[in-house]
Ligand binder design. Structure first.
Ligand SMILES: NC(=O)C1=CN([C@@H]2O[C@H](COP(=O)(O)OP(=O)(O)OC[C@H]3O[C@@H](n4cnc5c(N)ncnc54)[C@H](OP(=O)(O)O)[C@@H]3O)[C@@H](O)[C@H]2O)C=CC1
Ligand SMILES: Cc1cn([C@H]2C[C@H](O)[C@@H](COP(=O)(O)OP(=O)(O)O[C@H]3O[C@@H](C)C(=O)[C@@H](O)[C@H]3O)O2)c(=O)[nH]c1=O
Length: 287
């Protein structure tokens, strides 16, 4: 097995990759936090690539603050577009394959059906736009890429909707949650497993892929599921998007079709509620 290099290692997905790599017994994998692998520092990147000579690079580094991105457009663009381009350029020079993680927020959200990889991406937020620009840079620079779009990531690590709900649910008597945005949650541990399976398969079926858990839900039903599984007693009321104003607009519907990734790599994907149970059990056992 050849070296795998992970950028953005202290983020949510980076920490999940570390956990799953350990479980799978993958040892030739190296995790770089921002301080050791800033994707905007091209001199540092050259040194790091020279040192590790990776065969695969996984880019988990990103600007992910969806609302804040509306005010920090240039910073979001530097990290999500230029940072991805920098990694693609380095990969090209040393013959490495790049796994670039992207998002359902590249879509506008008006499709009546689950989105396939060839559907037109037309982002409605700065975050979504800069992530799409990152995809395009990777596609233009480096043929040897896997761009994996995922959605609504959560896990026992870092900040995410599940942990926010558990915190708010323990502090408040009632919550109002948007019920007219529909998508699919993704347990980042499942995604990490899929990414490592794709890499270790040695497949050269490069391109764009969609990966989330199976099924679909609204943020409201997702929250209800979180409280149900964790036995948290809190009243939850469904609201419309218009009743919860935010800086960034989010897609009303961003369910993705996973047929391509399942068939190409022979992956089995868990149903979202089954993975949510696993995550909440992990969180409980860590208490
Ligand atoms: N979170 C979600 O719900 C979803 C995420 N995604 C995508 O999945 C990927 C992983 O997301 P997730 O793990 O949740 O994100 P996080 O926000 O948890 O982690 C992002 C990481 O990127 C690091 N980072 C930021 N700027 C730089 C930089 N210049 N150089 C190197 N590292 C940097 C951050 O470092 P530091 O810790 O130092 O700030 C942070 O650790 C991203 O591409 C994201 O767009 C897709 C769909 C849903
Ligand atoms: C806290 C809270 C949120 N919401 C809504 C707002 C929003 O529409 C939805 C989720 O809110 P969050 O801010 O946690 O999630 P958000 O940051 O929008 O999540 C997105 O992050 C980026 C990085 C992605 O790539 C996406 O796939 C998606 O996961 O829940 C409520 O309705 N009530 C509440 O009390």
């Amino acid at each position: 097995m050849k070296n795998i290099l992970v950028f953005g290692a202290s983020g949510q997905l980076g920490q999940c990759l570390r956990k799953i790599a350990t479980i799978k017994g993958i040892t030739e994998i190296f995790f770089l936090p921002q301080s050791e692998g800033n994707i905007l520092n091209t001199d540092l990147l050259s040194q790091v690539f020279e040192q590790y000579k990776p065969a695969y690079v996984i880019n988990c580094a990103a600007y992910t603050a969806v609302d804040k991105a509306e005010d920090e457009v240039e910073l979001a663009r530097r990290i999500n577009k230029t940072g991805a381009a920098n990694l693609a350029t380095q990969c090209k020079a040393c013959g490495a394959v790049l796994v670039q993680i992207s998002t359902d927020f590249v879509f506008e959200g008006n499709s009546p059906n689950p989105l396939v990889e060839d559907d037109i991406a037309s982002p409605i937020s700065v975050y979504g736009l800069t992530k799409l620009e990152g995809e395009q840079e990777v596609g233009d620079i480096l043929p040897a890429h896997f761009i994996i779009r995922t959605s609504w990531l959560y896990s026992e690590f870092a900040n995410n909707f599940v942990k926010t709900m558990l915190k708010l649910g323990s502090e408040r008597d009632e919550l109002k949650i948007i019920a007219d945005q529909v998508g699919t949650p993704t347990y980042a541990i499942d995604l990490a497993g899929a990414v490592l399976d794709i890499i270790t398969s040695g497949s050269e079926s490069y391109g764009i892929y969609h990966y989330s858990n199976e099924g679909l839900t609204s943020w409201y039903d997702f929250a209800k599921g979180i409280f149900d599984i964790s036995c948290t007693k809190v009243k939850v009321y469904p609201i419309r998007t218009s009743e919860y104003p935010t800086k960034a607009t989010r897609p009303a519907y961003s369910v993705m079709d996973k047929a391509k990734i399942k068939h190409t790599f022979g992956l089995q994907i868990p149903y979202w509620r089954d993975s949510l149970i696993v995550c909440i059990n992990e969180l409980k056992s860590a208490q």
